[in-house]
Design a protein around this ligand. Structure first.
Ligand code: TXE
Length: 452
């Protein structure tokens, strides 16, 4: 092919950990053809058997959790304890969809002259395009419902982080899922990803990545009227009212933005604080941020590792000018380190408008509930967010008023295997996880039987 080798790096050491031959259009087409050939057999597998195969995959992920977590930690620079928790979630996701296969029902609808019924049909070959921030997790969120519904798959991991998906592909075969049902293709987004988007035999693209590339995916999909699910960027607000448990909110806030070194679409990177509690909360937040343990991802106690690449570190750094409210420490020497950083901002500043995708949080004061909602919604994004208050009615009032897909009250957790996850506005559309994701990987067929 004459293409340059794809160099895979450990971002904590800058060492090369793998060299791969990148796929091109030809290999992508071959993978789509394999998935197409496997489709009829896979859709015909009895639901309980398909469930059993997914259950076996979940168990294999559990049995190989240590190895998968190590791969993910070394390839993404994730702290090993966090990587283990992510792999545990991958297993839970496959367990969930193993159990969902035979619970995704059709309906019967009362009509005149006969019986009307609906079926959930698989789409065919689906293209799954995954980013580098949670490579295995996000792969599982798409693979679980895609396979449960009877689709076959071409999965394209991000160029920077292909290693865990390649290992997962081996476990998929070991679980007994037939050859051709899942095909992992490693190569550049604008070649392999683009080809999947254009390919006439691909029925749907499940995409997680930047809003910019997502826009291109949606445009490309229009040509063949492909279905798309887009999980894009975010600029989520963590809204802290003066009547909240401030200690608890401040202790949790750093982990809602510095987890995964801020490379998280759900990062609560705008911390909105009611003015009357602002100074007290800012002091508590600085203290809590000082305690975030940044360092070697292999160390069990590490809470934050490096960024994914040198180029990404430059982008992140471009958001911080002047002296921030707080800047943490990082290890010296090799690795794409960037410190935990707190800045005071207005919602019009660039740091409050664009997705930083790094450990930089903006503190923004608000006067009252009305202004909190106005600022939180003043963004093109709408993925996630949190509300901290001891007033239950206010919590629900604000939750209903925020234009965002996933919210937590007195907590910052966004993602569970059984609950729907996805965005409003330019954070995308379609839902991953839970029973809702199955709707994105199946088509409803309506059948009328005349009984007269
Ligand atoms: O994302 P891309 P990048 C945001 C975040 C980050 C920025 C850039 O702000 O800093 O995006 O990250 C594939 N056709 N998020 O450049 O390029 C690509 O190979 C089809 C938010 O890594 O969107 C990869 O597999 N596919 C986000 C995937 O798309 C294409 C997670 C995502 O890469 C393609 C990641 C094309 N033309 C980044 N070009 C989140 N929501 O969590 C690239 N790809």
């Amino acid at each position: 092919m004459g293409q340059m080798a794809l160099i895979v790096t450990n971002p904590a050491t800058e060492e090369t950990i793998a060299e791969l031959e990148p796929a091109g259009v030809e290999e992508t087409d071959a993978a789509v053809a394999r998935a197409k050939a496997a489709f009829e057999e896979w859709r015909a597998v009895a639901p309980t058997d398909r469930g059993r195969l997914l259950r076996r995959l979940a168990t294999l992920v559990e049995e190989n959790a240590g190895e998968l977590a190590r791969i993910e930690s070394q390839n993404v620079g994730k702290p090993i304890a966090g990587a283990r928790a992510e792999v545990a979630m991958v297993a839970q996701v496959f367990h969930f969809y193993a159990g969902a296969v035979d619970k995704h029902y059709g309906q019967t609808i009362p009509v005149a002259g006969g019986v009307d019924m609906t079926f959930r049909e698989p789409l065919g070959v689906v293209g799954l395009i995954v980013p580098w921030n949670f490579p295995l997790n996000i792969s599982s969120w798409k693979l679980g419902p895609a396979l449960a519904c009877g689709n076959t798959v071409v999965l394209k991991p991000a160029e920077l982080t292909p290693l865990s998906a390649l290992r997962l592909a081996e476990l998929i075969l070991e679980a007994g899922i037939p050859e051709g049902v899942v095909n992992v293709v490693v190569g550049p987004g604008r070649v392999v990803g683009q080809r999947l988007v254009e390919h006439p035999d691909v029925a749907k693209i499940g995409f997680t990545g930047s809003t910019e590339v997502g826009r291109g995916v949606m445009q490309g999909a229009a040509e063949t009227i492909k279905r798309v699910t887009l999980e894009l960027g975010g600029k989520s607000a963590n809204v802290v009212f003066a009547d909240a448990d401030l200690e608890k909110a401040a202790a949790a806030a750093p982990y809602a933005v510095f987890d995964n070194a801020g490379q998280d679409c759900c990062a609560r990177s705008r911390i909105l604080v009611e003015r009357s509690a602002y100074d007290r909360f800012a002091d508590l937040l600085v203290e809590a941020t000082r305690n975030v343990k940044v360092g070697d991802p292999a160390d069990e106690s590490t809470e934050m590792g490096p960024l994914i690449s040198a180029q990404h570190r430059e982008t992140v750094a471009s958001f911080v000018d002047g002296e921030p409210l707080f800047r943490g420490d990082t290890p010296n020497g090799r690795g794409y380190w960037y410190p935990c950083t707190l800045v005071e901002a207005s919602n019009q500043d660039r740091v409050a408008r664009e997705e930083v995708f790094g450990p930089v949080a903006a503190l923004i004061p608000f006067a009252d509930e009305e202004e909190a909602v106005e600022i939180a919604n003043d963004t093109p994004y709408g993925l996630s967010g949190s509300i901290w208050t001891e007033n239950g009615a206010r919590a629900l009032r604000v939750a209903r008023a925020l234009d965002t897909g996933v919210l937590s009250i007195n907590s910052n957790s966004s993602v569970r295997p059984s609950t729907p996850f996805g965005g409003f506005k330019q954070s995308g559309f379609g839902r991953e996880l839970g029973m809702h994701a199955l709707d994105g990987y199946s088509e409803i067929k309506n059948v009328y039987l005349a009984t007269g």
